[in-house]
Design a protein around this ligand. Structure first.
Ligand code: PBG
Length: 324
């Protein structure tokens, strides 16, 4: 049976009906807000390619996090910009490192906010690579030791969750073992499992000053052409103990989010990354698109594909539009 019996427009006639039959509901409750923290006090340094996003010193970061929490955003994810970078990314393992200081301040002022810590070396290394460089290669197994140590240091400083984004093989298992050995068996791992070698990270690298000095990240991040491989990566991470898995970037990879949603039973996060944010923001500033509409449409699409958690630079603005 078809038209005229079926008239899909019947359910689109009024906003009340559309709302009644709406399949996907967006809420600030599923947002995590990415934030950059840097040394100093009273620093609020706008990131040129990500308007409305800043490098915050710890004192002002706390206020920004309280504002996010008051808008109903349950979680933030922190990225550190250390005072000094070196070849091994030492700041990541320093109890007084930038993210660890931010964690302690946040746990004091906003104990109920979920503070997730990005766990990768590229923000901390002088060469901008995600691991220990040997010659022109990134040494996987040497990097694992540092990542495991950094995870423990983050947990000691109060991290509610650690989020390895390095894409080294075997890191989830090593991080789980290191956390458990130090009594942090309750700290979950949110693994960046299907993380593609993407051009969409451009603005982030400006923000964190983490552009690799030579080469690129294609020897560890995934080839954007691959779909089955993403499911393999996710399966490995779950086997190794990941509590939540992530697909990143989000919009170019809605197919991966949808497949992962069907295939796995763990919560799925998706990261609407810097480049996704910036291209919406830039077109809106030119008056070419409706910013608010596209913000909500893009987030709804990510949710509809199957993401339980969305990391987004729009978290605060979207939360304001959605209400609580
Ligand atoms: C660290 C990391 C990156 C992002 C999140 N964690 C950069 C990269 O892999 O180059 C990108 C986030 C964004 O673009 O918003 N490895």
């Amino acid at each position: 049976m078809s038209f005229p019996t079926h008239r899909p427009r019947r359910l689109r006639r009024t906003e009340a009906i559309r709302s009644l039959v709406r399949e996907t509901r967006l809420s600030a409750q599923s947002f995590a807000y990415p934030l950059f923290v840097c040394p100093g006090t009273k620093v609020k340094d706008e990131i040129a390619s990500m308007p409305g996003n800043y490098r915050w010193s710890v004192d002002l970061l706390v206020n920004e996090c309280l504002a996010a929490r008051d808008l109903g955003i349950p979680a933030v994810i922190l990225f550190g910009i250390p005072a000094k970078k070196d070849p091994l990314g030492s700041d990541a393992c320093d109890p007084k490192g930038i993210v660890q200081r931010a964690l302690r301040a946040l746990k004091k002022s906003a104990p109920d906010l979920i503070v997730i810590c990005d766990l990768c070396l590229c923000e901390y290394t002088s060469h901008g690579h995600c691991g220990v460089v040997k010659g022109t290669e990134i040494d996987n197994d040497a990097t694992l030791k540092i990542l495991a140590k950094a995870a423990v240091v983050q947990a000691e400083a109060g991290a509610d969750m650690v989020a390895p984004s390095d894409m080294m093989d075997g890191r989830v298992g090593r991080i789980r073992a290191a956390l458990d050995a130090k009594g942090f068996e309750q700290v979950p791992i949110l693994a960046y499992s299907a993380k593609y070698a993407s051009g969409f990270y451009g603005p982030f690298r400006e923000a964190a000053d983490s552009t690799p000095q030579f080469g690129d990240r294609r020897s560890h991040q995934m080839d954007p052409a691959n779909q089955r491989e993403a499911l393999r990566e996710i399966a490995f991470d779950i086997e190794e103990g990941a509590d939540i898995v992530m697909v990143k970037p989000a919009m170019p990879n809605l197919d991966i989010i949808a497949l992962a949603r069907r295939q796995f039973r763990v919560p799925i996060a998706a990261y609407q990354v810097s480049g996704e944010f910036s291209l919406i923001e830039a077109a809106a500033r030119k008056g070419w698109i409706d910013r608010e509409r596209i913000m909500l449409e893009s987030l709804t699409a990510i949710r509809r594909a199957g993401a339980d958690i969305i990391l987004t630079y729009f978290a605060k603005d979207a939360a304001k539009l959605l209400g609580s």
